[in-house]
Design a protein around this ligand. Structure first.
Ligand code: NDP
Length: 311
């Protein structure tokens, strides 16, 4: 048995760094970076951030693909991952709080008129503006799972009115929880800020289409920190031109990196960040090693994903 690490993209850990870090947590474990994979027949577990090409199909004894993060959409339906191969994800605390902080930062940018005050300063203009009152501001959180739950609680603790939306019923103290497709348009119509932390699944892809965008409150802000394919981007640009919603903050887009010629870069009502809202994995790296041990011992795995459901 061996664990192969393939990060699959630049700009984060390298496979060698991560293998070293995991070996320091579990000395003596057979952990190999993709640059030095050894005999591929030994590999029973593959840990990836992004699954590249047909790598999984080249590992004849693969039993488990471990995502080094939360979003498994690129793995669950990947043609190189045979149906019997299991998929696990991480549920790290640190990036859940980071994503909640990201949403809060952009809510506060609006509430405290930060962009408008910066523009006033650039004109040496003393222009007082009343900040928004949290108690009079409604935040909608789409997705009330590991990350969305943290986000909804943070917004509640910041004294905002909070509505939450999920697939199945939920109860969160101080959050007005709604569920199911039919509940969404009405909820969108009363939120000043809509923070999406939904996974990418067949049911969520393209969910924010022209109709749903039109259901939002005029002038509201859409913050997407889940997956880019939630939003119909051409429809979003048209909707922003009409003022509903009034602004979009996109940490994730349908094609990443966002192509240089995308009109999203230059639209005055769009804010782009390069998929950075959640970054650090912290202690969750230990769960990678723990899953390797559990796989070896035939025990239940941590954070196994339902491949049919897609998250
Ligand atoms: P979870 O699986 O814990 O939660 C997903 C939530 O989405 C659940 O509440 C689920 O409802 C809800 N949901 C799923 N499908 C639907 C649907 N069709 N209608 C309504 N609600 C739905 O995931 P996490 O919170 O850990 O992560 C969410 C996503 O965030 C990840 O899948 C990933 O794509 C993204 N992400 C983005 C990062 C970034 O840096 N921008 C970093 C990490 C993750 P229910 O509870 O009823 O099942």
């Amino acid at each position: 048995m061996a664990l192969l690490i393939s990060i699959g993209h630049d700009g984060w850990y390298t496979g060698e760094q991560l293998a070293d870090e995991l070996r320091s947590v579990a000395p003596g474990t057979d952990i190999r970076p993709i640059s030095d994979p050894g005999n591929l027949e030994d590999i029973t577990m593959l840990a990836v951030s992004a699954l590249k090409g047909d790598l999984a199909a080249q590992l004849p004894n693969l039993q488990l693909v471990q995502k080094l993060g939360a979003g498994v959409d690129s793995i669950v339906a990947h043609p190189s991952v045979a149906p019997h191969v299991r998929v696990t994800r991480l549920k790290p605390q640190e990036p859940a709080y980071e994503i909640a902080d990201y949403c809060l930062a952009y809510v506060l940018r609006g509430q405290r008129n930060l962009s408008a005050h910066a523009a006033s300063q650039s004109r040496s203009a003393w222009e007082p503006r009343a900040p928004g009152r949290p108690a009079e501001t409604t935040i909608g959180v789409l997705g009330l799972g590991h990350i969305g739950g943290v986000t909804a609680r943070l917004m509640r603790d910041m004294r905002f009115r909070v509505l939450g939306w999920s697939r199945s019923p939920k109860e969160i103290d101080g959050v007005d929880c709604r569920h199911g497709a039919e509940a969404l348009p009405q909820m969108l119509g009363i939120c000043d800020y809509v923070c999406s932390i939904l996974p990418s699944t067949p049911a969520t892809r393209g969910l924010m289409d022209a109709e749903m965008l039109a259901a939002m409150k005029p002038g509201a802000t859409l913050i997407n920190a889940g997956r880019g394919d939630l939003v119909d981007e051409p429809a979003l640009l048209t909707a922003l031109d009409k003022g509903t919603p009034g602004h979009a903050v996109l940490d994730v887009v349908s094609k990443e990196p966002l192509p240089a010629d995308s009109p999203l870069w230059t639209h005055p009502q769009v804010t782009i960040t390069p998929h950075v809202s959640g970054w650090h994995l912290g202690d969750a790296l230990r769960d990678v090693v723990e899953n390797y041990r559990r796989l070896e011992a035939g025990k239940d795995l941590l954070h196994e994903v339902d491949r049919q459901r897609g998250y």
